[in-house]
Design a protein around this ligand. Sequence first.
Ligand SMILES: [Zn+2]
Length: 456
Amino acid sequence: MAGCADRGVCAGPGQRGERGSGQLSPGSSGLGDPYFPLAGNGGYDVANYSLHLGYDPGSKQLSGSALITATATQNLSRFDLDLRGFTISELTVNGSPATYERASGQELVITPSHGLRAGGSFTVSVAYSGVPQVVTDPDGSIEGWVPTADGAFVVGEPQGSPSWYPVNDNPQDKATFDFEVTVPEGLTVMANGVLVSNRSAGGRTTWVWRESDPMAPYLATATLGRFDLTVSQVGGIPSYIAIDPTLPSGNVFRKLPAIVEFYESIYGPYPFNAVGSVADNAPEVGYSLETQTKPVFDRMPDEATVAHELSHMWLGDSVTLSQWPDIWLHEGFATWSEWIWSEHNGQKSAQSYFDTLYNTPASKTSFWTPPPGDPGNAAHLFDGTIYNRGAMTVQALRQKVGDDTFFRIMRTWVQENRYGNVTTPQFIALAEKTSGMDLDHFFDVWLYRPEKPTSW
Ligand SMILES: [Zn+2]
């Protein structure tokens, strides 16, 4: 195509309707997630984020320049990005200055000088600076760009990414990422994907990372600080292990190659172009996160936690929920993955984990409720029951259909949905199709009923 459609830009109002492609209209301010309705935006699909960041841990000042390449999915008169805080110094669309306003919460409303046509690609460039706001979630936990003693612990699940880069912050809009992060010399930046280069000049070092596989925006990281970085090869891809030297010694990450190999035997080939881990000293964060290709840990983790986060590479990062209430598809599966790693090593079996937890009396409602398939609201997204009863659901399915069928379901689930987005009904449909069984009652009592399951 040519002209207007070439870059998705129309020369002006005179061309409206010429191609019979309809009127321009604003993209929606959210994508209808039940818990985070303003997360993400309508009317376009991001292909790549190219983030150039500079950070000074002393002043906590972040200066950023984001170049976003996207395709319009409707004729757009204007569209939103998600960004929290910061002062914007320049914003262009296809290289031309665009008008913008900061609306409710995270909405950055952008009106390009020319409308954008459906199917055309366009670029947005945003220059911004300021001290990143730490985000407090409905469950009270913190996320985003969290300052540490020597840098920052950078995590974005479920809504922290807009606190460090302008983004279409919805797990359904996966994209590739390029990172170029400049920090004081002596600090290490750990972003997603493969390390392209690190160069020092004038007392500062620029770390360049590239994530060339599709990634949900919340899985991006640029965790930085003083780290001992070990680069090696695992299964033909680079492995990056970064450990904060202030952590107690002991290196659980020597198990990483065996864990990856084991999960490949269950779930199929490792989905990404790099692997690794980042152990930071940030216990105030209180959790670890499966940031794509290299999970970040807020302390030196135990082996089960390493296994949990690495299993998320298949279950959560490659195969990603479409909406946040389906979080058990990540956390129940990753917790079960801890159990099966233990079983594989001749330690406590998955069934034994199940039995121990199943002994919890029905009267202890905080253990059983909310049911994993229906957390109720965002404050319960990461409740223990999502993990424990979620993993019990997986193990109960294994009991119900038998090992052969069960492992076929798990592998098919991961392989058929590689790099995609999924829903709980899709998993139920796959389990029924593969087993040939009617599992409506089974999933109803395990996933959706608040009380302790007694027969299934
Ligand atoms: Zn997890």
